[in-house]
Design a protein around this ligand. Structure first.
Ligand code: C5P
Length: 270
């Protein structure tokens, strides 16, 4: 393996994905949003009225997890980070999520998805399917040479990527990246932040979505804590810091500081 791998795990809204995206852009690495895949499967299940506690339905959900076409397209022209608006901050690359040709980027962030994700992300069959797809994605640089249904960039995007130089590494964020998906990653981080700060960050992010303008802080905080509990307590691939991960508390750090710390360590190791 010659790809440099950076694994970033942590609880919901800890700043992982903003940090991961900016690190990936600075190093010209591929970024893979592992949570987006669980969100996509959850949306698909809800649309088909599938209930993860039903034996018949869970087989259908596992099948969706194995075979559905999910494209994760990260572009550098992003949006300002939600958490810190002054002084001006760098734009954060955005990941568009395409499910069977439909752009579901905003829909998968709705609280209804977040509330229903737990029953699906804790299922062993679903995880097995997603884990192997995510490992393959990390191995093949997100896009390179892989012909399966994991990740299929737009033709245009693919051509652009193959014309530019092959990316030297990958940054992946989630809950089980350092422990399960990439146990041999070159660098692992576990990012935490005070729950109130996390809820504020997530609220700002969600308020950008039209239907979410009236969302309450207390509701967001309660949802976050509930999801953390479920992620930590589930039997398979629980949210857990890998033994060789570096703990990063971002409560008092600016986004630039978080990114700088990771870049510095990565450059030392590369
Ligand atoms: O990172 P994000 O908040 O989008 O993840 C949504 C949910 O997907 C998490 O709360 C967790 O239940 C699940 N997930 C997971 N393993 C990952 C990434 C996300 O179980 N690697």
């Amino acid at each position: 393996r010659n790809l440099f791998q950076i694994a970033i795990d942590g609880p919901a809204a800890s700043g992982k994905s903003t940090t991961a995206r900016l690190v990936a852009r600075k190093l010209n690495f591929e970024y893979i949003d592992s949570g987006a895949m669980y969100r996509t499967i959850t949306l698909a299940a809800l649309r088909e009225n599938l209930n993860p506690t039903s034996l018949v339905d869970i087989h259908k959900i596992i099948n969706i997890a194995r075979t559905s076409k999910i494209q994760l397209i990260t572009t550098n022209n992003g949006t300002p980070p939600s958490a810190h608006t002054s002084p001006p901050q760098p734009l954060v690359p955005k990941t568009r999520v395409i499910f069977n040709e439909e752009d579901i980027t905003e829909e998968i962030m709705l609280p209804e998805i977040t509330r229903n994700i737990m029953g699906i992300a804790s299922n062993p069959g679903v995880r097995e399917a997603i884990v192997s797809r995510q490992r393959a994605m990390a191995e093949c640089n997100g896009y390179n040479g892989y012909n399966g249904s994991n990740i299929n960039y737009d033709k245009e995007e693919k051509e652009k990527n193959s014309n530019s130089k092959r990316k030297q590494g990958v940054v992946m964020d989630g809950r089980d990246i350092g422990t399960v998906i990439l146990p041999n990653a070159n660098l692992k981080f576990f990012i935490i932040a005070d729950p109130k700060i996390r809820a504020e960050r997530r609220l700002k992010e969600l308020k950008r979505i039209k239907e979410m303008e009236n969302l309450e802080m207390s509701e967001v905080l309660a949802d976050l804590l509930k999801r953390d509990k479920s992620d930590i307590e589930r039997k398979i691939s629980p949210l857990k810091m890998a033994d060789d991960a570096i703990l990063l508390d971002t409560s008092g750090l600016s986004i630039e500081e978080q990114v700088e710390r990771i870049i510095k360590l990565a450059l030392e190791k590369m």
